[in-house]
Design a protein around this ligand. Structure first.
Ligand SMILES: [Zn+2]
Length: 362
């Protein structure tokens, strides 16, 4: 089969590699649609982000090596020994990339969903920038006919958004503010809406994206280039602030993202004793005044790892149109050879007016 392998940092080549075999407890899946995540694009270039070190070290020690690629949908071609609930021909998508180790204290205490010690797809386990993947069955969720392969390839990212809303412990009728209306922010906004939010405020700097936010369910939008987002959110909440705030605008300033500016704004618009969930990743340490959190008694949280129930909820949200992803999927390349083009668009989304990462249909 063919697979993209790293021969060096920023040096990916489409190579002929040995065919994969199904493993006990696993599925052999023919990849139909895949997409790089923004974080993967940064890692491929050898730049700094969460866990970049692992990729640099793997390339230095194991090149040519198959790395990255954890967002995909495809079709089961072989079911491994001991796997129940799947048949050849089933359509599946990846719902999680990190697997439990089944040996640590958490795993042995029945809390394996929280284990951070197991292998990950695209690191220890070869990923989906290839014609086939052979991975443990726990990675997958089944796709109903209502969900396309293209939407299926987004499920892992959507699951991250569902985890963020689940972590926030959103209450029915809560006022929610979402900073950033990229792929993650738009999905968080829709999941919050579907999960009981009473009033949703979306904040971004792009008018066309904010139009889409309103179409997808935001009650109010704030263009942070035209007005002070802190002041506007406080006005919209009659001075109280939002019950729950999601920060999904920040991240690498090298990629034109907001850095920690939006996080500082998010702290100010979270109501006293409210909840702030950090969805975006940063490219390095961030300077913050922690006294602000104490003074307001804020809960500052990061999305907890996913679980089977939340992965299946993500699929249902798409199948029932409660979360609409199609309007965000703007760039689709046809054939595995085009993966570098998908990386280019995903690395420069604002330049290409892309929202979701660019996809590759095999
Ligand atoms: Zn474990």
């Amino acid at each position: 089969m063919r697979a993209w392998r790293f021969h060096g940092t920023n040096d990916m080549r489409l190579d002929e590699v040995p065919d994969l075999e199904v493993q006990p407890g696993g599925l052999l899946v023919k990849v139909a649609v895949t997409q790089p995540s923004v974080t993967e694009v940064i890692r491929a270039r050898g730049e700094e982000t969460l866990e970049s070190d692992y990729i640099r070290k793997a390339i230095a020690e194991r090149a040519p090596v198959q790395l990255l690629g954890h967002e995909f949908a495809g079709e089961v071609v072989e079911v491994g020994e001991g796997v129940t609930g799947y048949r050849t021909g089933d359509r599946v998508a990846s719902g999680r990339s990190r697997l439990p180790c089944y040996r640590c204290e958490l795993c042995l205490s029945g809390l394996s969903d929280y284990c951070r010690k197991g292998p990950s797809v695209g690191r220890q386990l070869p990923g989906c920038f290839a014609e086939y993947v052979s991975l443990p069955a726990e990675v997958f969720v089944r796709l109903p006919t209502e969900v396309t392969d293209s939407e299926g390839a987004c499920i892992q990212a959507l699951t991250g958004c569902v985890d963020a809303v689940h972590t926030a412990e959103l209450k029915m009728g809560d006022t929610v503010a979402v900073f950033g209306q990229g792929a993650m922010g738009l999905a968080v906004m829709q999941v919050a809406r579907a999960s009981g939010a009473g009033h949703v405020i979306a904040i971004d700097v792009r008018d066309d994206v904010l139009d889409l936010s309103r179409q997808l369910g935001a009650n109010d939008t704030v263009n942070a280039k035209e007005s002070d987002p802190v002041q506007r959110v406080l006005e919209l909440t009659r001075g109280r602030g939002a019950d729950v705030v999601f920060e999904s605008a920040g991240g690498s300033t090298r990629q034109g993202l907001a850095g920690a500016t939006t996080l500082r704004q998010a702290i100010r618009v979270t109501r006293d004793a409210g909840t702030l969930v950090q969805v975006a990743m940063f490219d390095g340490p961030v300077e913050l005044d922690l006294n602000q959190f104490r003074a307001k008694a804020l809960r500052f949280l990061f999305p907890a790892p996913t679980n089977r129930k939340l992965m299946e909820y993500s699929v249902r949200l798409i199948a029932t149109d409660q979360v609409r992803l199609k309007p965000t999927i703007t760039h689709i390349f046809r054939s595995l050879e085009k993966l570098p083009e998908a990386f280019e668009v995903t690395a420069n989304k604002s330049q290409y007016k892309a929202i979701n990462p660019a996809q590759v249909v095999l």
